[in-house]
Ligand binder design. Structure first.
Ligand SMILES: [Zn+2]
Length: 478
């Protein structure tokens, strides 16, 4: 008898435990929380500050990434890297024995999705590991590399990050660039149609789903590239010049990079299919004129996204091209010297010369109008000069604000719009059931997006300050 009571007691305790556990799952039975997180190895685990399966965040100010304004006092429960519950702190039951992080005075945004985020910079065909650390530490949790100078290395790095062997954002790889005669010899200059098809088949077999066309691509080649890529479920984006936005859009391109400064539609004396003509159009164009609005409407009708890369453009404006201290700390001395040389030249320029400043304003207005008309505007860093991976994405945030976008609009551009063009419905928003890739920013994001306190990716909370401390003097080493 005694024995039976004991067994009953055990069963009762077990079923109670079972109940409280299943209750948690039953809350959202439509979501698969059983999926296991990737195991991290010692090299990557050392950057992780929060490691438990269930993490509760309280008192946070949350931007959802969908364009809504911030919600205060939010509690978020993350289970195995997915958002299980989000709501007002008073309405959410906090499970017992879990890690609770109080985010009073802190802001959550979705992880940044950068879609013009190379793993190369001028002079360096591959800076994969350094760039990956900078991206992650800056809150960029997914990148589309938008043209590769070393596709094989990119694929390898992407796999290593996925397996938890190296830290970095999730990498959506791209194939080598295509261009045309007279273009950069490091890119593919197609010999014939078969050459294009073979190249696309080769890389799509390896899992590549993005191809980038560069400034000298001829219209006939672009048509073949787009058709072949689409046949293999891949997408094409372009840094255009020989081909106008209108022509590329009508040929079925998926995305266009950089905006007004690469628009050859309005160039004077332009030859069909050739990258020529003069650029003064930027100084004369009226952004809300019928011809610009028509172009924007065409892109919108044909579902072509536009990627903003304001930070790298700003880096060549004499009165603006300043590197901050953290950037100079990270760069190798020879890169710092190159920067100081450029500064000297800029400082000697007559201060009345504000041509590029005025152009920046027009480039901003072009993007603003496209977005307001309903276009899908995305963003990316396009690192180079002193605009570093990740830091430059944060600078884009500040410049898009300067362009007139509201904070919640900028966040949408930099998160869910990126996810949308990548056709990844799991990321880009802070929402129940979505992957909990998100960033915690100290204080008010309106004042400072650079003060990143935590970056969550695939269920792990990384310590960005620790990552950056180790990056001192390493940018440019590869
Ligand atoms: Zn680029």
């Amino acid at each position: 008898m005694k024995h039976l009571t004991f067994i009953l007691l055990i069963v009762t305790i077990l079923s109670c435990k079972q109940n409280s556990k299943s209750e948690l799952i039953v809350l959202n039975s439509d979501i698969n929380f059983t999926q296991k997180r990737t195991e991290l190895n010692q090299n990557t685990l050392k950057y992780v500050k929060y490691n438990s399966n269930i993490i509760v965040l309280t008192n946070a100010t949350v931007f959802d990434g969908k364009g809504n304004s911030a919600k205060e006092n939010q509690t978020l429960i993350v289970v195995n890297g997915y958002f299980q519950s989000i709501g007002k702190s008073s309405e959410i039951d906090i499970p017992e024995n879990t890690t609770i992080i109080n985010l009073k005075g802190k802001t959550i945004i979705p992880g940044i999705v950068g879609v013009h985020n190379h793993l190369h910079i001028p002079q360096f065909p591959f800076i994969g590991e350094t760039a990956s650390k900078l991206y992650l530490a800056s809150g960029v949790t997914t990148i589309q590399t938008c043209g590769s100078a070393s596709p094989e290395e990119e694929i390898e790095l992407s796999n290593k990050i996925e397996k938890g062997q190296i830290i970095g954002p999730n990498i959506v790889t791209s194939g080598p660039y295509f261009t045309g005669k007279g273009g950069n010899p490091n890119m593919i200059i197609p010999r014939d149609a078969k050459h294009i098809k073979d190249t696309i088949q080769y890389w799509t077999k390896k899992g590549v789903r993005w191809f980038k066309v560069y400034r000298n691509t001829i219209p006939n080649d672009l048509e073949i590239i787009i058709n072949e890529a689409h046949k293999h479920n891949a997408k094409v984006t372009g840094h255009l010049c020989s081909i106008t936005f209108e022509q590329a859009t009508n040929l079925g391109i998926d995305g266009i990079e950089h905006g007004l400064n690469s628009t050859s539609d309005f160039r004077r004396n332009k030859t069909f299919g050739i990258c020529d003509g003069s650029r003064e159009y930027i100084d004369e164009i009226i952004i809300n004129s019928e011809k610009v609005r028509q172009l924007h409407q065409l892109m919108i009708d044909k579902n072509v996204f536009l990627t903003s890369t304001l930070a790298i453009y700003e880096a060549s404006i004499p009165k603006r091209a300043f590197a901050d201290k953290r950037t100079l700390d990270v760069m190798l001395p020879f890169l710092v010297a190159q920067y100081q040389e450029r500064r000297k030249q800029y400082d000697s320029i007559n201060s009345d010369n504000d041509l590029r400043e005025k152009r920046l304003k027009r480039i901003m207005d072009f993007e603003y109008q496209f977005f307001k008309m309903g276009g899908t505007l995305t963003a990316g860093v396009d690192a180079g000069r002193h605009v570093l991976p990740g830091f430059g994405d944060q600078r884009n945030f500040e410049l898009l604000k300067e362009a007139g976008f509201k904070t919640e609009e900028v966040i949408k551009i930099m998160t869910s719009n990126g996810a949308k063009v990548l056709s990844n419905s799991e990321i880009g928003t802070v929402e129940k059931g979505k992957k909990a890739d998100f960033v915690v920013i100290e204080g008010n994001i309106e004042k400072d997006i650079r003060n990143v306190e935590l970056v969550f990716k695939n269920g792990y909370g990384y310590d960005p300050k620790l990552i950056l401390r180790e990056m001192k003097g390493k940018f440019g080493i590869e």
